[in-house]
Design a protein around this ligand. Structure first.
Ligand SMILES: Cc1cc2nc3c(=O)[nH]c(=O)nc-3n(C[C@H](O)[C@H](O)[C@H](O)COP(=O)(O)OP(=O)(O)OC[C@H]3O[C@@H](n4cnc5c(N)ncnc54)[C@H](O)[C@@H]3O)c2cc1C
Length: 455
């Protein structure tokens, strides 16, 4: 009877490496064939942003240099107006950046590292059922394997989670669909160079829909178009934009400055798969001492905070601490569930809020003023203040506390932006007073470290 990890995605591979290094004789099962031998799914070139909590998990496993070597640093958001005007917002303080990485390349790297660590990987094994009585996992290909523990890392549609819910009367899950889907397109390199600024995440926000660009190594950008799934009157949607002509008309109206750099957008739009977006919450992440969920299997979130994978590999950091702190597996799993589940729910909420922020508010003057005030406060008192965004992506502060701190910050920014038109009119004395009275006590109460996570 061995520990079995279900799913050789980003989280499953990373967990298998961690368990193997702890001396566990773990087997990693993956329903698909080996992606290192097959070509990646066409039209699925998802780019991820790796930030502090994810980097910390890789650092703990001494994999940080390998991971960073396949990333491209991104320092801020570049907004493109309909007229092609550009507005740049730095993410954080100077030199603070996020790292753009190809999900497929990272997955391949982690599969290689898992093999190097001595993990046995069995591809084309799709979990079908958990037979608790015989402590056996049954696979769709007819194979079976006895288990000591099952680590469910099999993604948002997790069959392991479904089995957990079947076995545990108290467990249930809930999927909240977003009203938007996404499709990926390409902005190829131009004579080996990036066609637009390579140090930015580019956004074309248009209230009901938006286009985003993240740089890849080698000069290209992965472009993602987010748009309503169903017809919503005047707003474009996947239901109404069907043909090459439809998408060309939309681009000419809304994303004109991107057209010269995206020679194949119309063909890609009609050819590439439409991706579903939703939030998955599960109210219990473990069953006895037998099953525990990590990554998207426990908490799939919409991608607008760039934290799904970061939170997923952070689950591993929390789980390993819990395994260290208790001799009994069930107690370890319960401790992990109690400490990390609130964080999974918090990042799910914040990701949905960010969707509204990125699509609707980035063109809103009041919102931009509040952002400028936050930036001013952050640069004036770097030891006292960090934006919620900065706490989420640059520190190891738990997501649930970032969320609470964000509520306090929002009240402060509302008060400071009231009655002024520009950041130059900001009353710095009042800002300091509000920080001292409302924000600093929260930071002290929870002993939060605002400093940047050191790679
Ligand atoms: C458009 C988009 C952009 C994103 N951007 C970011 C970002 O910027 N930053 C970030 O941190 N996250 C981002 N994410 C989220 C991130 O991709 C996921 O959170 C992450 O891939 C989850 O990893 P996972 O290993 O938990 O699940 P998956 O990557 O889904 O892996 C699950 C694995 O389990 C396998 N599997 C499934 N069923 C079975 C079965 N029955 N038996 C065996 N194996 C099975 C699957 O084949 C797969 O290999 C984004 C997601 C999307 C869609």
């Amino acid at each position: 009877m061995k520990p079995l990890v279900m799913g050789a995605g980003l989280v499953g591979c990373t967990l298998a490496i961690a368990l193997k290094r702890r001396g566990e004789d773990v087997i990693l099962f993956e329903k698909r064939s080996d992606m290192r031998k097959d070509s990646a799914d066409a039209g699925r070139s998802i780019n991820l942003i790796v930030t502090a909590k994810g980097l910390n998990a890789f650092k703990n496993l001494n994999l940080i240099n390998e991971v960073l070597s396949i990333t491209t640093p991104v320092y801020g958001r570049m907004m493109h107006s309909r007229e092609g005007e550009l507005t740049y917002q730095p993410y954080g303080k100077e030199e603070e950046c996020n790292y753009s990485i190809s999900r497929g390349e990272l997955n391949k790297l982690l599969l290689n590292e898992a093999e190097k660590a001595g993990v046995e990987i069995r591809f084309e094994h799709e979990l079908e059922k958990v037979d608790e009585k015989n402590k056996t996992v049954l696979f769709k290909n007819g194979a079976s394997e006895q288990y000591q523990v099952i680590y469910g890392c099999d993604g948002a549609g997790s069959p392991t989670r479904k089995e957990l819910i079947r076995l545990d009367d108290r467990a249930e899950d809930y999927i909240q669909e977003l009203d938007a889907d996404y499709i990926e397109m390409d902005m190829p390199a131009k004579n080996g160079e990036y066609a637009i600024d390579k140090k930015s995440l580019h956004i074309w926000p248009r209230t009901t829909h938006m286009l985003m660009a993240l740089p890849n190594q080698g000069g290209s950008f992965t472009m993602t178009l987010y748009m309503h799934r169903h017809d919503k009157g005047n707003a474009p949607s996947f239901e109404t934009i069907k043909t090459k002509e439809d998408i060309t008309t939309l681009f000419e109206k809304d994303f004109k400055d991107a057209i010269p750099d995206m020679p194949n957008f119309a063909t890609e739009y009609v050819k590439n798969p439409q991706g579903f977006l939703g939030t998955l919450r599960c109210n219990k992440w473990y069953y006895k001492d037998q099953i525990v969920l990590l990554g998207d299997a426990a908490h799939a979130v919409v991608p607008f905070f760039g934290q799904g994978m970061n939170c997923g590999v952070e689950d591993i950091t929390y789980l390993l601490e819990s395994l260290d702190n208790f001799d009994n597996l069930e107690e370890s799993f319960e401790d992990y569930d109690q400490r990390q589940r609130p964080n999974g729910h918090a990042i799910a909420d914040m990701a949905i809020e960010n969707y509204v922020e990125m699509s609707e508010k980035v063109g809103d003057e009041r919102f931009l003023l509040k952002k400028q005030i936050a930036h001013k406060i952050e640069t004036t008192w770097p030891d006292l203040y960090r934006s919620r965004y900065g706490m989420v992506v640059y520190t190891l502060i738990p997501y649930s506390l970032c969320q609470k701190a964000g509520l306090i910050q929002n009240e402060i920014l509302d008060e400071l932006s009231n009655g002024i038109e520009s950041v130059e009119q900001l009353d710095l004395d009042k800002a300091k007073q509000l920080l001292d009275n409302r924000f600093t006590p929260f930071i002290k109460e929870h002993a939060l470290d605002l400093s940047r996570f050191a790679i």
